[in-house]
Design a protein around this ligand. Structure first.
Ligand code: NCD
Ligand code: ZN
Ligand code: ZN
Length: 451
């Protein structure tokens, strides 16, 4: 039995505001579900642990469609255990673990192993993402059916880290996965346009003499794949959208290719969804001047006008959700010269604060909107039925308590992740996750992980 199945003590959360709206309420949780919601001090507290939550906001637990947990293969950078702890501290109750491990998660045995290990740790639901192609080699399709039918019930496939560049293979992947009700998450990067690329192709890369990664390398693949999704009826999810041009392509695809939007259209005419990372919402390529590889990421940090376009697209729903692309790296892979460093940034513990800084404090999203982009929409995209649910009686108690008035200073060394490659080091950010509850049991409280 996994620790998440243990019967938990009843809890009454006292005085929090669901979605930051209306009057504070008390919310009672028994055996993993919300059993009562009422005015403060109106509920039966018999046998319950009372948790004071005045001034806090309660949201549905966050769902991350894009996490790198590095196990198996790079347990020196992250493990399912440490990555789950980081997720719980960040307010997450479910994460999708990318397949670019060593060995690659391209078969039923491996995805079941990751899934089972996630259950044993029990801090967050770990859903393995299966590779699209065998060994991420981009040559032949992996056994998608076997992974979907395994205990792990894989519902998302991705070669993330690499692009499924061959259009015929991408077509076949979309066709095959649609019969499984699964989604292909594409790392959109035309490899011929990014040979040796080190940074966003623009003014800063030119000044520093770094080989450029042009926006068109992303946009051309996104355009191609939207057409293929339309043609095949497959479900496409675009990973880490980073450019204003990609936003325009998504807008066009949704407006002109009928059937690309909304659950009603899923299945027959194809469907396209997209995510943006917190770092692409906040950071720009002017950070490159320090040559600090902590700023190296794929796709690269872009320009300010890109960040602004990404923010509006997220607010409007052209980009569906926030996904962290939490990419821990061991010190020897980051504390080295720029060209040798691996791309990737930590993200799980800072995601909410960066979303508040870029989306809430700018007036682009309210807390209801935060629930939509960090929990409800990602859960819906992959068909999770017990995550991203309304905060209502009878629903699973997978919840995140947030202090909207807190400020904190990011320190990589204080994170639960094994790695410390946060690009937000030393930044003072707004809002803090105070507690995370997975099916009625606290997984994190006041910055501590509860195992
Ligand atoms: N984002 C990154 O820069 N790196 C990711 C791979 C990826 O998401 O493409 C990683 O696995 O480290
Ligand atoms: Zn990627
Ligand atoms: Zn990734």
């Amino acid at each position: 039995m996994s620790s998440t199945d243990l019967v938990s003590t009843p809890v009454v959360l006292r005085g929090a505001r669901p979605y930051g709206e209306g009057e504070p309420v008390d919310l009672r949780v028994d055996e993993g579900r919300i059993t009562a919601i009422g005015p403060v001090d109106s509920l039966d507290t018999t046998g319950a642990e009372i948790v004071e939550a005045a001034g806090l906001i309660v949201l549905p637990g966050f769902v991350d469609l894009h996490t790198h947990l590095r196990e198996p293969g790079r347990e020196d950078a992250e493990t399912i255990d440490t990555g789950s702890a980081s997720a719980a501290l960040g307010g997450y109750t479910a994460v999708f673990a990318m397949a670019n491990t060593d060995p690659v998660a391209d078969n039923a045995v491996l995805v079941e192993h990751v899934w089972r290990r996630g259950r044993e740790v029990g801090l967050v639901d770990v859903h393995p993402v299966g590779a699209v192609t065998v060994g991420l080699a981009g040559e032949r399709l992996a056994e998608l059916g076997g992974m979907a039918a395994s205990q792990a019930g894989v519902r998302m496939f991705s070669d993330d880290g690499l692009c499924v560049a061959d259009p015929l293979l991408m077509r076949r992947a979309l066709e095959y996965s649609s019969t499984l009700g699964a989604t292909i998450a594409q790392h959109a990067e035309e490899p011929r346009l990014t040979v040796g690329a080190q940074a966003h192709e623009g003014e800063h890369a030119a000044l520093l003499g770094l080989a450029g990664w042009p926006a068109a390398a992303e946009e051309s693949i996104v355009a191609r794949d939207c057409l293929l999704a339309h043609h095949t009826g497959g479900r496409l999810h675009v990973c880490h959208v980073s450019t204003a041009g990609t936003v325009e392509v998504l807008r066009w695809a949704r407006a002109s290719l009928s059937g690309l939007r909304g659950p009603a259209a899923s299945g027959r005419r194809g469907r396209v969804s997209a995510e943006v990372t917190p770092h692409h919402l906040l950071l720009t390529d002017d950070r490159l001047s320090t040559y600090d590889p902590v700023n190296k990421v794929n796709p690269p940090l872009r320009t300010e006008s890109d960040t602004l376009a990404l923010r509006s697209a997220l607010a409007e729903g052209v980009i569906d959700c926030v996904a962290t692309d939490h990419a821990p790296h061991a010190p020897q892979d980051k504390d080295c010269e720029w060209a040798a460093a691996r791309p990737g940034m930590l993200g799980l513990e800072t995601a909410l604060s960066v979303v508040v800084e870029t989306m809430v404090n700018t007036g682009l999203l309210d807390w209801r909107g935060v629930a939509r982009v960090m929990s409800e929409r990602p859960a819906e995209l992959v068909g999770l039925t017990d995550q991203g649910r309304p905060i209502a009686v009878g629903e699973p108690a997978s919840l995140t308590l947030v202090d909207p008035t807190a400020h904190w200073t990011v320190r990589g060394t204080e994170s639960a992740s094994l790695a410390d490659n946060t690009p937000f080091e030393g930044m003072r950010l707004p809002a803090r996750v105070v507690a995370t509850m997975l099916r009625g049991r606290f997984t994190a409280q006041d910055g501590k992980v509860l195992g």
